[in-house]
Design a binder for this molecule. Structure first.
Ligand code: ADP
Ligand code: ASP
Ligand code: MG
Length: 405
Protein backbone atom coordinates (compact mmCIF):
# COMPACT_ATOMS: atom_id res chain seq x y z
CA UNK A 1 0.00 0.00 0.00
CA UNK A 2 1.36 3.39 -0.98
CA UNK A 3 0.40 7.01 -0.40
CA UNK A 4 0.07 8.55 -3.84
CA UNK A 5 -0.69 12.11 -4.87
CA UNK A 6 -2.25 12.26 -8.33
CA UNK A 7 -2.79 15.50 -10.23
CA UNK A 8 -5.19 15.71 -13.17
CA UNK A 9 -4.93 18.69 -15.55
CA UNK A 10 -7.59 20.81 -17.24
CA UNK A 11 -8.21 18.62 -20.29
CA UNK A 12 -8.49 15.55 -18.06
CA UNK A 13 -11.41 17.14 -16.18
CA UNK A 14 -12.66 19.16 -19.18
CA UNK A 15 -16.29 18.01 -18.98
CA UNK A 16 -18.60 15.81 -16.91
CA UNK A 17 -17.80 12.63 -18.85
CA UNK A 18 -14.09 13.22 -18.32
CA UNK A 19 -14.59 13.83 -14.61
CA UNK A 20 -16.44 10.51 -14.44
CA UNK A 21 -13.54 8.92 -16.31
CA UNK A 22 -11.07 10.31 -13.73
CA UNK A 23 -13.30 8.96 -10.95
CA UNK A 24 -13.11 5.48 -12.49
CA UNK A 25 -9.32 5.70 -12.71
CA UNK A 26 -8.99 6.90 -9.13
CA UNK A 27 -11.40 4.18 -8.00
CA UNK A 28 -9.16 1.50 -9.54
CA UNK A 29 -6.13 2.80 -7.61
CA UNK A 30 -8.14 2.93 -4.40
CA UNK A 31 -9.27 -0.67 -4.88
CA UNK A 32 -5.59 -1.66 -5.19
CA UNK A 33 -5.34 -0.50 -1.58
CA UNK A 34 -3.54 2.85 -1.96
CA UNK A 35 -4.17 6.00 0.03
CA UNK A 36 -4.97 8.74 -2.46
CA UNK A 37 -4.85 12.51 -2.61
CA UNK A 38 -6.15 13.82 -5.93
CA UNK A 39 -5.28 17.36 -6.98
CA UNK A 40 -7.38 18.89 -9.75
CA UNK A 41 -7.12 21.79 -12.18
CA UNK A 42 -10.08 23.78 -13.44
CA UNK A 43 -11.83 22.53 -16.58
CA UNK A 44 -9.69 23.44 -19.60
CA UNK A 45 -10.36 26.99 -20.78
CA UNK A 46 -12.07 27.96 -17.53
CA UNK A 47 -9.19 29.94 -16.01
CA UNK A 48 -8.70 31.78 -19.32
CA UNK A 49 -12.41 32.65 -19.40
CA UNK A 50 -12.33 33.99 -15.86
CA UNK A 51 -9.33 36.18 -16.70
CA UNK A 52 -11.14 37.45 -19.81
CA UNK A 53 -14.13 38.44 -17.69
CA UNK A 54 -11.94 40.46 -15.36
CA UNK A 55 -10.48 42.35 -18.33
CA UNK A 56 -13.99 43.11 -19.55
CA UNK A 57 -14.42 45.05 -16.32
CA UNK A 58 -11.09 46.87 -16.31
CA UNK A 59 -7.69 46.98 -18.04
CA UNK A 60 -5.96 46.74 -14.69
CA UNK A 61 -7.81 44.28 -12.47
CA UNK A 62 -6.83 44.40 -8.82
CA UNK A 63 -4.65 41.34 -8.31
CA UNK A 64 -6.19 40.30 -5.02
CA UNK A 65 -9.62 40.26 -6.62
CA UNK A 66 -8.21 38.53 -9.70
CA UNK A 67 -6.98 35.67 -7.52
CA UNK A 68 -10.32 35.49 -5.76
CA UNK A 69 -11.90 35.12 -9.20
CA UNK A 70 -9.53 32.75 -10.96
CA UNK A 71 -9.31 30.36 -8.03
CA UNK A 72 -12.98 29.49 -8.56
CA UNK A 73 -12.38 27.18 -11.55
CA UNK A 74 -10.89 24.57 -9.23
CA UNK A 75 -13.77 25.00 -6.77
CA UNK A 76 -16.04 23.58 -9.46
CA UNK A 77 -14.08 20.48 -10.44
CA UNK A 78 -13.26 19.23 -6.93
CA UNK A 79 -16.80 18.73 -5.57
CA UNK A 80 -17.84 17.20 -8.92
CA UNK A 81 -15.08 14.60 -8.66
CA UNK A 82 -15.86 13.95 -4.99
CA UNK A 83 -19.51 13.32 -5.95
CA UNK A 84 -18.46 11.05 -8.83
CA UNK A 85 -16.28 9.04 -6.43
CA UNK A 86 -19.09 8.82 -3.90
CA UNK A 87 -21.37 7.57 -6.67
CA UNK A 88 -18.86 4.74 -7.17
CA UNK A 89 -19.18 3.84 -3.50
CA UNK A 90 -16.05 5.55 -2.11
CA UNK A 91 -15.62 7.89 0.81
CA UNK A 92 -14.43 11.13 -0.78
CA UNK A 93 -14.11 14.74 0.34
CA UNK A 94 -13.17 17.90 -1.56
CA UNK A 95 -10.93 20.51 0.05
CA UNK A 96 -9.97 24.04 -1.01
CA UNK A 97 -6.40 25.27 -0.75
CA UNK A 98 -7.17 26.76 2.61
CA UNK A 99 -8.85 23.60 3.92
CA UNK A 100 -5.76 21.68 2.81
CA UNK A 101 -3.53 24.02 4.81
CA UNK A 102 -1.64 25.52 1.86
CA UNK A 103 -0.11 28.79 3.06
CA UNK A 104 1.57 31.15 0.62
CA UNK A 105 3.11 34.60 0.51
CA UNK A 106 0.95 37.47 -0.77
CA UNK A 107 2.36 37.79 -4.30
CA UNK A 108 -1.03 37.56 -5.97
CA UNK A 109 -1.25 35.63 -9.26
CA UNK A 110 2.15 34.01 -8.66
CA UNK A 111 2.27 33.27 -4.96
CA UNK A 112 4.85 30.92 -3.52
CA UNK A 113 3.97 28.19 -1.05
CA UNK A 114 5.55 28.93 2.34
CA UNK A 115 4.32 25.94 4.29
CA UNK A 116 1.65 23.29 4.35
CA UNK A 117 -0.13 22.20 7.52
CA UNK A 118 -1.23 18.78 6.50
CA UNK A 119 -3.27 17.72 9.59
CA UNK A 120 -6.66 18.05 7.93
CA UNK A 121 -5.70 16.08 4.85
CA UNK A 122 -4.02 13.45 7.03
CA UNK A 123 -7.06 13.01 9.23
CA UNK A 124 -9.29 12.37 6.22
CA UNK A 125 -6.73 9.92 4.82
CA UNK A 126 -6.65 8.09 8.15
CA UNK A 127 -10.44 7.86 7.99
CA UNK A 128 -10.08 6.17 4.59
CA UNK A 129 -11.29 9.10 2.47
CA UNK A 130 -10.03 9.87 -0.99
CA UNK A 131 -9.04 13.51 -0.55
CA UNK A 132 -9.71 15.76 -3.56
CA UNK A 133 -7.75 19.01 -3.36
CA UNK A 134 -8.17 22.20 -5.41
CA UNK A 135 -4.92 22.89 -7.26
CA UNK A 136 -3.41 26.31 -7.98
CA UNK A 137 -4.69 28.01 -4.82
CA UNK A 138 -3.57 28.85 -1.32
CA UNK A 139 -4.11 31.40 1.38
CA UNK A 140 -1.85 34.10 2.78
CA UNK A 141 -1.45 35.00 6.44
CA UNK A 142 -4.35 37.46 6.25
CA UNK A 143 -6.70 34.82 4.83
CA UNK A 144 -6.54 36.26 1.30
CA UNK A 145 -6.94 33.70 -1.46
CA UNK A 146 -3.83 33.49 -3.64
CA UNK A 147 -2.98 31.59 -6.82
CA UNK A 148 0.31 29.95 -7.74
CA UNK A 149 0.80 31.10 -11.33
CA UNK A 150 -0.48 29.47 -14.52
CA UNK A 151 -0.10 25.73 -14.41
CA UNK A 152 0.16 25.95 -10.61
CA UNK A 153 -1.81 22.78 -9.90
CA UNK A 154 1.35 20.82 -10.69
CA UNK A 155 3.01 22.65 -7.82
CA UNK A 156 0.10 21.96 -5.48
CA UNK A 157 0.47 18.27 -6.35
CA UNK A 158 4.20 17.99 -5.79
CA UNK A 159 4.22 20.24 -2.70
CA UNK A 160 1.44 18.19 -1.09
CA UNK A 161 3.29 14.98 -1.94
CA UNK A 162 6.35 16.38 -0.17
CA UNK A 163 4.35 17.62 2.84
CA UNK A 164 2.57 14.26 3.24
CA UNK A 165 5.77 12.28 2.61
CA UNK A 166 3.96 10.49 -0.19
CA UNK A 167 5.68 7.67 -2.02
CA UNK A 168 5.08 9.21 -5.41
CA UNK A 169 3.49 12.13 -7.26
CA UNK A 170 1.75 11.26 -10.53
CA UNK A 171 0.91 14.03 -13.01
CA UNK A 172 -1.88 12.96 -15.37
CA UNK A 173 -2.24 15.09 -18.49
CA UNK A 174 -3.17 15.06 -22.18
CA UNK A 175 0.19 13.72 -23.40
CA UNK A 176 1.73 10.41 -22.34
CA UNK A 177 4.98 11.81 -20.99
CA UNK A 178 7.68 14.40 -21.43
CA UNK A 179 8.92 14.51 -25.03
CA UNK A 180 12.06 15.76 -26.76
CA UNK A 181 9.87 18.70 -27.77
CA UNK A 182 6.16 19.55 -27.65
CA UNK A 183 4.56 16.62 -29.53
CA UNK A 184 1.73 18.92 -30.56
CA UNK A 185 4.22 21.01 -32.56
CA UNK A 186 6.52 18.24 -33.79
CA UNK A 187 4.83 14.84 -34.22
CA UNK A 188 8.29 13.29 -34.66
CA UNK A 189 9.15 14.14 -31.02
CA UNK A 190 10.16 11.14 -28.86
CA UNK A 191 8.95 10.31 -25.36
CA UNK A 192 11.72 10.37 -22.77
CA UNK A 193 11.67 7.40 -20.32
CA UNK A 194 13.63 9.00 -17.50
CA UNK A 195 14.78 12.59 -17.14
CA UNK A 196 16.86 14.24 -14.41
CA UNK A 197 15.40 16.94 -12.19
CA UNK A 198 18.03 19.31 -13.55
CA UNK A 199 17.09 18.88 -17.19
CA UNK A 200 13.37 18.92 -16.42
CA UNK A 201 13.85 22.14 -14.49
CA UNK A 202 15.60 23.70 -17.44
CA UNK A 203 12.85 22.54 -19.82
CA UNK A 204 10.09 23.86 -17.57
CA UNK A 205 11.71 27.21 -16.97
CA UNK A 206 12.33 27.69 -20.69
CA UNK A 207 8.64 27.20 -21.41
CA UNK A 208 7.72 23.49 -21.73
CA UNK A 209 4.24 23.67 -20.28
CA UNK A 210 4.03 20.04 -19.24
CA UNK A 211 5.24 20.78 -15.67
CA UNK A 212 5.22 24.12 -13.87
CA UNK A 213 8.77 25.18 -12.95
CA UNK A 214 8.03 25.48 -9.22
CA UNK A 215 6.75 21.92 -9.12
CA UNK A 216 10.07 20.64 -10.46
CA UNK A 217 11.96 22.81 -7.96
CA UNK A 218 10.00 21.19 -5.12
CA UNK A 219 10.52 17.72 -6.53
CA UNK A 220 14.26 18.29 -6.95
CA UNK A 221 14.76 19.83 -3.53
CA UNK A 222 12.98 17.06 -1.66
CA UNK A 223 13.86 14.25 -4.07
CA UNK A 224 10.19 13.44 -4.71
CA UNK A 225 9.82 11.06 -7.64
CA UNK A 226 7.37 12.46 -10.20
CA UNK A 227 5.90 10.57 -13.12
CA UNK A 228 4.09 12.25 -16.02
CA UNK A 229 1.43 10.06 -17.65
CA UNK A 230 -1.59 10.29 -19.92
CA UNK A 231 -5.07 10.35 -18.37
CA UNK A 232 -6.47 8.78 -21.51
CA UNK A 233 -4.14 5.89 -22.33
CA UNK A 234 -2.00 3.52 -20.31
CA UNK A 235 1.76 3.60 -20.65
CA UNK A 236 5.00 3.95 -18.73
CA UNK A 237 5.07 7.78 -18.91
CA UNK A 238 8.19 9.75 -18.04
CA UNK A 239 9.94 9.51 -14.67
CA UNK A 240 11.52 12.68 -13.33
CA UNK A 241 14.24 11.55 -10.93
CA UNK A 242 17.74 12.31 -9.68
CA UNK A 243 20.42 12.05 -12.36
CA UNK A 244 21.52 8.47 -13.01
CA UNK A 245 24.83 7.36 -14.50
CA UNK A 246 22.94 5.56 -17.25
CA UNK A 247 21.20 8.71 -18.42
CA UNK A 248 22.22 9.54 -21.92
CA UNK A 249 24.61 12.47 -21.97
CA UNK A 250 23.59 13.55 -25.43
CA UNK A 251 24.72 16.97 -26.54
CA UNK A 252 21.21 18.27 -27.20
CA UNK A 253 18.38 16.36 -25.53
CA UNK A 254 15.38 18.63 -26.06
CA UNK A 255 13.97 21.68 -27.82
CA UNK A 256 11.70 24.07 -25.95
CA UNK A 257 9.72 27.12 -27.02
CA UNK A 258 7.93 29.92 -25.22
CA UNK A 259 5.37 32.14 -26.92
CA UNK A 260 4.39 33.96 -23.76
CA UNK A 261 7.03 36.64 -23.62
CA UNK A 262 7.19 40.25 -24.73
CA UNK A 263 10.18 42.44 -25.49
CA UNK A 264 10.53 45.99 -24.24
CA UNK A 265 13.23 48.32 -25.51
CA UNK A 266 14.30 51.49 -23.76
CA UNK A 267 15.58 53.71 -26.53
CA UNK A 268 18.25 56.40 -26.21
CA UNK A 269 19.52 55.51 -22.76
CA UNK A 270 22.37 57.74 -21.47
CA UNK A 271 25.48 55.54 -21.34
CA UNK A 272 26.69 56.11 -17.80
CA UNK A 273 26.97 54.15 -14.53
CA UNK A 274 23.83 53.48 -12.52
CA UNK A 275 21.28 53.58 -15.31
CA UNK A 276 20.72 49.81 -15.62
CA UNK A 277 20.50 49.59 -11.84
CA UNK A 278 17.77 52.20 -11.90
CA UNK A 279 15.80 50.55 -14.72
CA UNK A 280 15.93 47.06 -13.23
CA UNK A 281 15.41 48.35 -9.73
CA UNK A 282 11.91 49.59 -10.49
CA UNK A 283 11.00 46.33 -12.22
CA UNK A 284 12.36 44.15 -9.41
CA UNK A 285 10.38 46.07 -6.82
CA UNK A 286 7.19 44.88 -8.52
CA UNK A 287 8.49 41.28 -8.54
CA UNK A 288 8.40 41.04 -12.32
CA UNK A 289 10.66 38.31 -13.69
CA UNK A 290 12.99 39.68 -16.31
CA UNK A 291 14.29 36.92 -18.56
CA UNK A 292 16.70 38.13 -21.23
CA UNK A 293 18.56 41.42 -21.28
CA UNK A 294 20.56 42.92 -24.11
CA UNK A 295 22.29 46.27 -24.30
CA UNK A 296 23.74 47.31 -27.62
CA UNK A 297 27.18 48.76 -27.94
CA UNK A 298 27.10 52.50 -27.82
CA UNK A 299 29.06 54.39 -30.42
CA UNK A 300 27.68 57.69 -29.26
CA UNK A 301 26.89 58.29 -25.63
CA UNK A 302 23.43 56.74 -26.00
CA UNK A 303 22.50 53.04 -26.04
CA UNK A 304 19.34 50.92 -26.36
CA UNK A 305 18.43 48.39 -23.71
CA UNK A 306 16.04 45.50 -24.44
CA UNK A 307 14.56 43.03 -22.02
CA UNK A 308 11.95 40.30 -22.10
CA UNK A 309 9.23 39.64 -19.51
CA UNK A 310 6.19 37.32 -19.34
CA UNK A 311 3.54 38.72 -21.71
CA UNK A 312 1.04 38.96 -18.86
CA UNK A 313 3.32 41.49 -17.17
CA UNK A 314 4.27 43.48 -20.26
CA UNK A 315 1.68 46.22 -19.71
CA UNK A 316 2.72 46.72 -16.11
CA UNK A 317 6.42 46.74 -17.07
CA UNK A 318 5.74 49.27 -19.83
CA UNK A 319 4.13 51.61 -17.34
CA UNK A 320 7.05 51.32 -14.90
CA UNK A 321 9.59 51.90 -17.64
CA UNK A 322 7.75 54.94 -18.97
CA UNK A 323 8.11 56.56 -15.56
CA UNK A 324 11.77 55.52 -15.32
CA UNK A 325 12.51 56.87 -18.80
CA UNK A 326 11.41 60.32 -17.79
CA UNK A 327 13.64 60.17 -14.72
CA UNK A 328 16.81 58.93 -16.41
CA UNK A 329 16.48 61.05 -19.52
CA UNK A 330 16.05 58.22 -22.04
CA UNK A 331 14.09 58.89 -25.22
CA UNK A 332 11.30 56.30 -25.30
CA UNK A 333 10.12 52.76 -24.52
CA UNK A 334 8.72 50.47 -27.19
CA UNK A 335 6.99 47.14 -26.70
CA UNK A 336 7.00 44.16 -29.05
CA UNK A 337 4.57 41.36 -28.24
CA UNK A 338 5.18 39.32 -31.37
CA UNK A 339 8.29 37.55 -30.20
CA UNK A 340 8.94 33.96 -29.18
CA UNK A 341 11.85 32.14 -27.61
CA UNK A 342 13.33 28.87 -28.80
CA UNK A 343 15.90 26.94 -26.78
CA UNK A 344 18.01 23.81 -26.93
CA UNK A 345 18.95 21.94 -23.76
CA UNK A 346 21.54 19.27 -23.08
CA UNK A 347 23.98 18.39 -20.32
CA UNK A 348 26.37 17.29 -23.05
CA UNK A 349 26.82 20.95 -24.05
CA UNK A 350 29.18 21.30 -21.09
CA UNK A 351 31.81 19.30 -22.90
CA UNK A 352 31.04 19.98 -26.56
CA UNK A 353 31.89 22.99 -28.66
CA UNK A 354 30.24 24.29 -31.79
CA UNK A 355 26.67 23.76 -30.60
CA UNK A 356 25.79 27.46 -30.72
CA UNK A 357 27.31 27.87 -34.17
CA UNK A 358 25.27 24.94 -35.42
CA UNK A 359 22.06 26.34 -33.95
CA UNK A 360 22.63 29.75 -35.50
CA UNK A 361 23.34 28.29 -38.91
CA UNK A 362 20.23 26.08 -38.78
CA UNK A 363 18.14 29.19 -38.15
CA UNK A 364 20.02 31.26 -40.72
CA UNK A 365 19.55 28.62 -43.42
CA UNK A 366 15.81 28.78 -42.73
CA UNK A 367 15.83 32.57 -43.06
CA UNK A 368 14.92 33.05 -39.40
CA UNK A 369 16.35 36.20 -37.84
CA UNK A 370 17.76 36.01 -34.28
CA UNK A 371 16.98 39.07 -32.15
CA UNK A 372 18.43 38.13 -28.77
CA UNK A 373 20.62 35.28 -27.51
CA UNK A 374 21.29 33.92 -24.06
CA UNK A 375 23.31 30.91 -22.95
CA UNK A 376 24.10 28.92 -19.84
CA UNK A 377 26.13 25.80 -19.25
CA UNK A 378 23.43 23.49 -20.55
CA UNK A 379 21.17 25.62 -22.78
CA UNK A 380 21.09 28.18 -25.58
CA UNK A 381 18.05 30.40 -26.19
CA UNK A 382 17.19 32.70 -29.08
CA UNK A 383 14.42 35.27 -29.38
CA UNK A 384 12.83 35.24 -32.83
CA UNK A 385 9.52 36.34 -34.42
CA UNK A 386 6.60 34.49 -32.82
CA UNK A 387 5.34 33.40 -36.26
CA UNK A 388 8.63 31.60 -36.86
CA UNK A 389 8.58 29.60 -33.61
CA UNK A 390 6.86 26.38 -34.71
CA UNK A 391 8.98 26.12 -37.85
CA UNK A 392 12.15 26.82 -35.85
CA UNK A 393 11.28 24.10 -33.33
CA UNK A 394 10.93 21.50 -36.10
CA UNK A 395 14.15 22.61 -37.81
CA UNK A 396 16.09 22.47 -34.53
CA UNK A 397 14.58 19.10 -33.58
CA UNK A 398 15.62 17.60 -36.91
CA UNK A 399 18.95 19.47 -37.03
CA UNK A 400 20.07 18.07 -33.68
CA UNK A 401 18.99 14.54 -34.68
CA UNK A 402 16.11 14.27 -32.23
CA UNK A 403 13.43 13.19 -34.76
CA UNK A 404 12.00 9.71 -34.27
CA UNK A 405 13.07 7.37 -37.05
P1 ADP B 1 -2.55 20.09 -18.04
O1 ADP B 1 -3.79 20.87 -18.36
O2 ADP B 1 -2.79 18.63 -17.93
O3 ADP B 1 -1.78 20.66 -16.90
P2 ADP B 1 -0.76 21.41 -19.89
O4 ADP B 1 -1.41 21.94 -21.11
O5 ADP B 1 -0.42 22.36 -18.81
O6 ADP B 1 -1.64 20.21 -19.36
O7 ADP B 1 0.59 20.62 -20.28
C1 ADP B 1 0.55 19.60 -21.25
C2 ADP B 1 0.96 20.17 -22.60
O8 ADP B 1 2.33 20.53 -22.55
C3 ADP B 1 0.89 19.21 -23.75
O9 ADP B 1 -0.40 19.15 -24.32
C4 ADP B 1 1.94 19.75 -24.73
O10 ADP B 1 1.35 20.50 -25.78
C5 ADP B 1 2.78 20.70 -23.87
N1 ADP B 1 4.21 20.44 -23.95
C6 ADP B 1 5.15 21.38 -24.22
N2 ADP B 1 6.36 20.84 -24.24
C7 ADP B 1 6.22 19.52 -23.99
C8 ADP B 1 7.14 18.43 -23.91
N3 ADP B 1 8.46 18.60 -24.09
N4 ADP B 1 6.65 17.19 -23.65
C9 ADP B 1 5.32 17.00 -23.48
N5 ADP B 1 4.39 18.01 -23.55
C10 ADP B 1 4.83 19.25 -23.81
N1 ASP C 1 -6.25 26.32 -13.70
C1 ASP C 1 -4.93 26.89 -13.60
C2 ASP C 1 -4.43 27.33 -14.96
O1 ASP C 1 -5.14 27.20 -15.93
C3 ASP C 1 -3.96 25.98 -12.90
C4 ASP C 1 -3.63 24.69 -13.63
O2 ASP C 1 -4.34 24.28 -14.54
O3 ASP C 1 -2.64 24.06 -13.24
O4 ASP C 1 -3.36 27.84 -15.06
MG1 MG D 1 -0.52 22.35 -16.74
Amino acid sequence: MALIVQKYGGTSVGDIERIKNVAKKVSRFKKEGHKLVVVLSAMSGQTDNLIKMAYQITDEPNERELDMLISTGERITIPLLAMALQALGHKAVSLTGRQSGIFTDSTYTKARIKNISNENVKRYLDEDYIVVVAGFQGIDDRQNVTTLGRGGSDTTGVALAVALKADLCEIYTDVDGVYTTDPNVEPKARRIDRISYEEMLEMASLGAKVLQTRSVEFAAKYRMPVVVKSTFKDGPGTWVVAEEPSMEKVVVSSVVYDKNQAKLTVVGVPDKPGIAAKIFGVIAKEEINVDMIIQNVSTTDLTDLSLTVPRTEAGKTMKLLKTAVAEIGAKDVVMDENIGKVSIIGVGMRSHTGVAAKLFSLLADAGINIEMISTSEIKISCVIRRDDVDRAVRIMHAGFSLDAQ
